[in-house]
Design a protein around this ligand. Structure first.
Ligand code: ANZ
Ligand code: ZN
Length: 820
C-alpha cells in the first residue's frame, strides 16, 4: 500500500491547476452561471487560519456549484489601498507599494497552496492605476449627476489615523479602524450623496436573501422614521421654526422649544438678548463634543437660555425657547418640541432648567402619573389625558387622528426622516485614490477631464502624516501645481484621497471584465455575470461596506451600466476564528500560520478541519492543541487513502460481478443525499460528519467484498469530498481510473427509491423499557423524533396522565422518556 504523501500530491495538483488555468471562466458564461465571491482581503501581512476558513467556505461553495453544472465565476483580488499598508510602511521605512506587493505575493502563493479555485486571470489590486482610474471616472460621473459635492462641514477627525472619517465609520463612538474617540474639525470635504438613495436602499432589502440580523443593522443605519413637521412661531423674532416629531399626539404636553446650538435662529436670539459672546463660547464647546456624548442620557446637559418665547400652536400660550446640546442640527429640522413627560431627554432638560412637566399620556395600567413624583419620562403608549378632544383615546389612535387633523388644517405636514448621512469620502492620507478635481482661481473647482485620467498618485512622497488636516500630497508641489483644464490658467490639485471603501464599492463589477482599458467594465459582461449569487464575508461589514456597495450599484444601475439594482443576492456571514476569545489578527499577535499546519498535515486536512470545527456562521475558538485537532482530519483522510489505494484493481474494473446487499447501498445513497442537502445549506460541519459515516459504509462494503456497492460508494465518497478536500479527491479519482477531473464531474445522482429504503428504527423507551419501535427518516431532527415518540399510542398508554420530567433523544436511534 502506498503512503499518503499529501505534500507531493497537493503540490503537484496545485501546479497542474495553475498551469492549466483550471478555474478560468470564459468572458461570457456558456450556460447557467453562478457568481461566488468572498470579500476581498487587505493584503496586510501573511494569511492566518481565520482567512483560511473564510476562503475555504467560499471555495467549497464554488467547487460544489461547478460540479452541479454551473459556470462559476470565482475571482480574487486585493483591497490594496488604505491605512494598514501606509502605517506599516511608515514603521518599516519602505514604500507602501513595496510592502503591499510583497504581501500580495505571499498571500497569493498561500491561496494557491491551499487549493482555492480562483480564476487568477481576473486578479485585481485596487492600488493599480488601471483600477483606481475608474474610481476617479465614477467620481466624475457622480459629480455630473450632483451625487458628489464639496462642502464645509463639521467632520470627525481620528487623531490616531490622522484623517477624517465618515459619520457611519464612527458609529460605535470610536474610529472603526482603531477605536480612538474622534475629534471634531471644520473642513471643506467631498461627499457622495447616498441620502438620495435612502428610500431605495430600504425598499430593495425585501428582495435580498441575507440574514435578518444584517438587514436589521442596515435598516437601523438608514433609520427611517415617519412623523409630522409643524411650526412654532417665535414671538421675539416673528419667525417660524419648523420642528419634527414622531409623537404629535403629545403636542399638549409641550412646555418648551429647544433649538440645536448651531441653529441660525439661536445666534439671532442670543444676539437679541445681548449674550452673543457667551453664546459663542457655548457653541464652540458644544462643537467639540461627539454626537454620542451630546445625546447621552443621565447627565447634566450643556444648555443655553435664549430668553425668548414661542407660541404653542394649539393653546397659543408662550413656551420658553432654549438651545441644548442634545438637539442635533443635522437631524430632522434641528429643532425639537420639548415634551418632558414623555421623552427622557426632554425630561432631564426640564428638571435641569426647572421647566414644567405636563402629562398627556397615562399608562393603561398602574398608577396615574404625577409630574412632581416622576423619576423618568413615560415613553410608552397609553391613554390620552389633558388633550381636549383626544382625551380617552389610545395614544396610537390619537397620533393618527391629530396628524390627519393638523395636516388638513394646513398646520403640519407628514414627513419621513432618515438617519443616514451623506458619505464623506475625503481622506487626508497618502495611500489612496487622488480625487480628480483641480482648483482654479478663475473657475473654482474643475473636474479633471476623462482623457486626463488617471490622476496618478505620485510615488515619491513623504507620506508621514503631518498632524494637520492636510494630506501628505499637499507637500508635493510639482504634483499639486497644474493647469486648469477649463481656462488653461494656473490651478492646484485636490490633495485629499478617497476613502478606500470607494474601491470596494464596485470591485465585484470589475471582476466581470478586469482588463478593460476603455471603461470600468463592459455593461454586457456585467449583465452576463451579475449579480453576485453568493457573497461571503464577515458580519463586521454589515453596515459600511455593504451599504456603500449597494449604493454604488444603484447609481450604476441608474446609469444603465449594470442590470441589477442590488449587487449581492445571497449573503453568508461567516464567524471568526478566535484565539483567547479575540479575533485572530496580526496586530494582536494571536495568529496561527497555515503554512505550518499545511506542512504537517496538508491543505486538505486543514480545509476539512476549519469546515468541521463549527457551522460557517459561528465563531470558533482555535483549540490550544490546534495541531492535534487537524491531525484528526489528517488521520481520516489517510484512512480514505488506504481504503481506495488498497483496492485500485477492483475499482478500475468496470464490470459488476455481483450486486451488493440493498441495505448498504441504500445507506450509501441516503447518506449522499443528506450530504447534498448539507451542501445546499452550507452546513459543511454536518456534511463532514456524514462523510465519515459514508466512509464506514464503504469500508464495510470492501470488507464484505460486495464490490458493486463498494465502487458506487467510493465514487460518491470522493465526489462528496471533492469541494472540501480537493487534492486527495482528485488524486484518488485519477488513480481509480475516473474520467477527467473530478472537479468537472457532474454531481452523482441519488436513487430516491434506494435512499428512501434506508429508513431507521427509532426505539422509544419509557423509564428504560422499550414501548415502541418507529420507522423514521435517518436524518430526522430531534424535535420531530420527540414529537413522533410522544404521539405513539403505546407510549401514551404507558405514560398515563403523568408528565415526563426528562426526555433524552438521540435521533434516529432512540428516544428515552423519563417519568418520576
Ligand atoms: C416630541 C416628542 C414627544 C418626541 C415624545 C419623542 C417623544 P427619530 O425617530 O430618531 O427621528 N428630535 C427631533 N429632532 C431632533 C434633533 N434635531 N435632535 C435631537 N432630537 C430630535 O426621533 C424623532 C424624535 O426625536 C422627535 O419626536 C423629537 O422628539 C426628537 F413623547 O418630538 B419627539
Ligand atoms: Zn480655470
Amino acid at each position: 500500500m502506498e503512503r499518503y504523501d499529501f505534500a507531493a500530491i497537493e503540490e503537484r495538483w496545485a501546479e497542474a491547476w495553475e498551469r492549466d488555468r483550471a478555474w478560468t471562466v470564459p468572458r461570457v458564461p456558456g450556460g447557467p452561471k453562478q457568481y461566488v465571491l468572498e470579500m476581498f482581503p487587505y493584503p496586510s501581512g501573511d494569511m492566518h487560519v481565520g482567512h483560511v476558513r473564510n476562503f475555504t467556505i467560499g471555495d467549497a461553495i464554488a467547487r460544489y456549484l461547478r460540479m452541479r453544472g454551473y459556470e462559476v465565476l470565482h475571482p480574487f483580488g486585493y483591497d490594496a489601498f488604505g491605512l494598514p499598508a501606509e502605517n506599516a510602511a511608515i514603521q518599516h521605512g519602505e514604500h507602501p507599494r513595496e510592502w503591499t506587493t510583497v504581501n500580495i505575493e505571499q498571500f497569493t502563493a498561500s491561496c494557491k497552496r491551499l487549493g482555492f479555485s480562483y480564476d487568477w486571470s481576473r486578479m485585481l489590486k485596487t492600488c493599480d492605476p488601471e483600477y483606481y482610474r475608474w474610481n476617479q471616472w465614477f467620481f466624475l460621473r457622480f459629480y455630473e449627476r450632483g451625487l458628489a459635492y464639496r462642502k464645509l462641514a463639521k467632520v470627525k477627525w481620528c487623531p490616531s489615523c490622522q484623517t477624517v472619517l465618515a459619520d457611519e465609520q464612527t458609529a460605535s463612538g470610536g474610529c472603526w479602524r482603531c477605536g480612538s474617540p474622534p475629534e471634531v474639525r471644520d473642513l471643506p470635504q467631498w461627499f457622495l450623496r447616498i441620502t438620495a438613495y435612502a428610500d431605495r436602499l430600504l425598499e430593495d432589502m425585501a428582495g435580498l436573501e441575507w440574514s435578518e440580523a444584517v438587514l436589521q443593522q442596515q435598516r437601523n443605519w438608514i433609520g427611517w422614521s415617519e412623523g409630522l413637521q409643524l411650526r412654532f412661531r417665535i414671538v421675539d423674532l416673528d419667525e417660524e421654526v419648523p420642528v419634527f416629531t414622531t409623537r404629535p399626539e403629545t403636542l399638549w404636553g409641550v412646555t418648551f422649544l429647544a433649538l440645536a446650538p448651531e441653529h441660525p435662529l439661536a445666534r439671532r436670539l442670543a444676539e437679541r438678548a445681548g449674550k452673543l459672546e457667551v453664546y459663542e463660547g457655548f457653541l464652540s464647546t458644544v462643537r467639540r463634543v461627539s454626537e454620542i456624548e451630546r445625546l447621552a442620557l443621565g447627565k447634566a446637559k450643556r444648555v443655553f437660555d435664549l430668553e425668548a418665547y414661542a407660541v404653542h400652536p394649539l393653546s397659543s400660550h408662550p413656551v420658553p425657547v432654549v438651545t441644548a446640546e442634545c438637539v442635533l442640527l443635522e437631524h430632522g429640522t434641528g429643532a425639537v418640541m420639548g415634551v418632558p413627560a414623555h421623552d427622557q431627554r426632554d425630561f432631564e432638560l426640564a428638571r435641569q432648567l426647572g421647566l414644567p412637566i405636563r402629562v398627556v399620556v397615562q399608562p393603561r395600567d398602574g398608577e396615574s402619573l404625577d409630574p412632581e413624583a416622576m423619576k423618568v419620562a413615560f415613553v410608552g403608549e397609553g391613554v390620552m389625558v389633558g388633550s381636549g378632544w383626544m382625551d380617552g383615546l389610545p395614544s396610537e389612535e390619537a397620533r393618527r387622528l391629530i396628524t390627519a387633523d393638523l395636516v388638513q388644517r394646513g398646520m403640519g405636514r407628514r414627513v419621513v426622516h432618515y438617519r443616514l448621512r451623506d458619505w464623506l469620502i475625503s481622506r487626508q492620507r497618502y495611500w489612496g485614490t487622488p480625487i480628480p478635481i483641480v482648483y482654479c482661481q478663475g473657475c473654482g473647482a474643475v473636474p479633471v477631464p476623462d482623457d486626463q485620467l488617471p490622476v496618478l498618485l505620485p510615488e515619491d512622497v513623504d507620506y508621514r502624516p503631518t498632524g494637520e488636516a492636510v494630506s501628505p500630497l499637499a507637500s508635493v508641489r510639482s504634483w499639486v501645481e497644474t493647469t486648469c483644464p477649463a481656462c488653461g490658467g494656473h490651478a492646484q490639485r485636490e490633495t485629499d484621497t478617497m476613502d478606500t471603501f470607494v474601491d470596494s464599492s464596485w470591485y465585484f463589477l470589475r471582476f466581470c471584465d478586469p482588463q478593460n482599458s476603455r471603461a470600468p467594465f463592459d455593461p454586457e459582461l456585467a449583465a452576463a455575470w451579475m449579480p453576485v449569487d453568493q457573497y461571503i464575508g464577515g458580519v463586521e461589514h454589515a453596515v459600511l461596506h455593504l451599504i456603500y456597495a449597494r449604493f454604488f450599484t444603484k447609481v450604476l444601475f441608474d446609469m444603465n451600466l449594470v442590470p441589477c439594482a442590488e449587487p449581492f443576492r445571497r449573503l453568508l456571514n461567516h464567524g471568526m476564528i478566535t484565539m483567547g476569545g479575540k479575533a485572530m489578527s496580526k496586530s494582536r499577535g494571536n495568529v496561527v500560520d497555515p503554512r505550518e499546519v499545511v506542512a504537517r498535515f496538508g491543505a486538505d486536512a486543514l480545509r476539512l478541519y476549519v469546515l468541521f470545527a463549527a457551522p460557517p456562521e459561528q465563531d470558533h475558538e482555535w483549540p490550544p492543541e490546534g495541531a492535534a485537532a487537524v491531525a484528526g482530519m489528517h488521520r481520516f483522510l489517510r484512512r480514505v487513502w488506504q481504503l481506495v489505494t488498497g483496492h485500485l484493481e477492483i475499482l478500475r474494473r468496470g464490470d459488476a460481478p455481483e450486486a451488493g446487499t440493498t441495505q448498504r447501498l441504500a445507506a450509501i445513497h441516503r447518506l449522499f443525499a443528506a450530504i447534498t442537502k448539507d451542501y445546499e445549506r452550507h452546513a459543511f460541519n454536518t456534511a463532514i460528519a456524514k462523510l465519515m459515516e459514508l466512509f464506514q459504509e464503504v469500508r464495510a462494503a470492501a470488507r464484505a467484498g460486495t464490490w458493486a456497492e463498494f465502487r458506487a460508494g467510493t465514487t460518491m465518497l470522493l465526489h462528496a469530498l471533492a469541494p472540501m478536500a480537493p487534492f486527495i479527491a482528485e488524486e484518488l479519482w485519477q488513480r481509480m481510473g475516473g474520467e477527467g477531473s473530478i472537479h468537472r464531474r457532474p454531481w452523482p445522482r441519488v436513487d430516491p427509491e434506494l435512499a428512501r429504503a434506508a429508513r431507521q428504527t427509532l426505539v422509544v423507551q419509557v423509564n428504560g423499557r422499550v414501548r415502541d419501535r418507529l420507522e423514521v427518516e435517518p436524518d430526522i431532527t430531534e424535535e420531530e423524533a420527540v414529537r413522533l415518540a410522544l404521539a405513539s399510542d403505546r407510549v401514551k398508554r404507558s405514560l398515563g396522565n403523568k408528565t415526563p420530567v426528562r426526555i433524552v433523544a438521540r435521533p434516529p436511534r432512540f428516544v428515552n422518556v423519563v417519568l418520576e
